[in-house]
Design a protein. Structure first.
Length: 77
């Protein structure tokens, strides 16, 4: 899937909104842990479309599932 302006995407495990795209740079927006709106300029190649991120067949989705399993195992120790 493609990355589009005003669409959700995944970036480093965060759900973000793509505010703008200029060439290979994208401005993304998300709400931080403290409730403040955070913005950052990132390389478009670092973003994963929301559809791909939520697909159980994607590598990104598989990595996220494994990460949560590992966290739960560590918490159980």
């Amino acid at each position: 899937m493609t990355i589009r302006v005003n669409s959700p995407a995944a970036w480093r495990g965060r759900l973000v909104k793509v505010a703008s795209i200029d060439g290979s740079d994208a401005e993304i927006v998300w709400i931080g842990r403290d409730g403040d709106v955070e913005t950052r300029d990132v390389w478009v190649g670092d973003l994963v479309s929301f559809g791909d991120a939520m697909s159980t067949q994607s590598n990104w989705g598989a990595a996220a599932e494994e990460e949560s399993k590992i966290r739960s195992w560590r918490a159980a120790d």
